[in-house]
Write a protein that binds this ligand. Sequence first.
Ligand SMILES: [Zn+2]
Ligand SMILES: [Zn+2]
Length: 62
Amino acid sequence: MSPKCFACGGFGKKDCQVCAGTGKITRKSSAESQKGKKNLTCTACQGTGQINCSVCGGTGRR
Ligand SMILES: [Zn+2]
Ligand SMILES: [Zn+2]
Protein backbone atom coordinates (compact mmCIF):
# COMPACT_ATOMS: atom_id res chain seq x y z
CA MET A 1 0.00 0.00 0.00
CA SER A 2 1.18 3.45 -0.76
CA PRO A 3 1.30 5.85 2.10
CA LYS A 4 -1.11 8.68 2.12
CA CYS A 5 0.09 11.99 0.89
CA PHE A 6 1.10 14.03 3.88
CA ALA A 7 0.11 17.29 2.27
CA CYS A 8 -3.53 16.50 1.60
CA GLY A 9 -4.11 13.60 3.95
CA GLY A 10 -4.91 11.25 1.08
CA PHE A 11 -7.75 13.35 -0.18
CA GLY A 12 -5.90 14.40 -3.31
CA LYS A 13 -7.35 17.87 -3.30
CA LYS A 14 -6.79 20.95 -1.30
CA ASP A 15 -8.74 24.10 -0.77
CA CYS A 16 -7.86 26.64 -3.36
CA GLN A 17 -5.75 29.29 -1.72
CA VAL A 18 -6.74 31.93 -4.22
CA CYS A 19 -10.43 31.86 -3.34
CA ALA A 20 -10.14 30.14 0.05
CA GLY A 21 -12.21 27.22 -1.18
CA THR A 22 -15.21 29.25 -2.22
CA GLY A 23 -14.69 29.00 -5.97
CA LYS A 24 -15.39 32.67 -6.33
CA ILE A 25 -13.36 35.76 -6.00
CA THR A 26 -14.92 38.88 -4.64
CA ARG A 27 -13.19 41.76 -6.19
CA LYS A 28 -13.80 45.34 -5.40
CA SER A 29 -13.59 47.40 -8.48
CA SER A 30 -13.16 51.10 -8.26
CA ALA A 31 -14.61 52.91 -11.22
CA GLU A 32 -15.28 49.99 -13.47
CA SER A 33 -18.51 48.90 -11.87
CA GLN A 34 -21.09 50.84 -9.98
CA LYS A 35 -21.96 47.80 -7.97
CA GLY A 36 -18.58 48.04 -6.31
CA LYS A 37 -18.46 44.30 -5.83
CA LYS A 38 -18.08 41.57 -8.35
CA ASN A 39 -18.17 37.86 -7.90
CA LEU A 40 -15.82 36.27 -10.33
CA THR A 41 -15.22 32.62 -10.88
CA CYS A 42 -11.84 31.72 -9.54
CA THR A 43 -9.54 30.96 -12.44
CA ALA A 44 -7.14 28.94 -10.33
CA CYS A 45 -9.70 26.23 -9.53
CA GLN A 46 -12.30 26.92 -12.23
CA GLY A 47 -14.87 27.65 -9.58
CA THR A 48 -14.61 24.30 -7.86
CA GLY A 49 -12.95 25.74 -4.79
CA GLN A 50 -10.47 22.92 -4.76
CA ILE A 51 -7.28 22.23 -6.57
CA ASN A 52 -5.29 19.08 -7.07
CA CYS A 53 -2.69 18.58 -4.43
CA SER A 54 0.61 19.70 -5.89
CA VAL A 55 2.53 17.14 -3.89
CA CYS A 56 0.73 14.02 -5.08
CA GLY A 57 -0.87 15.47 -8.19
CA GLY A 58 -4.37 14.69 -6.98
CA THR A 59 -3.86 10.99 -6.37
CA GLY A 60 -3.73 11.24 -2.59
CA ARG A 61 -0.80 8.85 -2.54
CA ARG A 62 2.87 9.27 -2.88
ZN1 LIG B 1 -10.09 29.00 -6.38
ZN1 LIG C 1 -1.51 15.20 -1.83
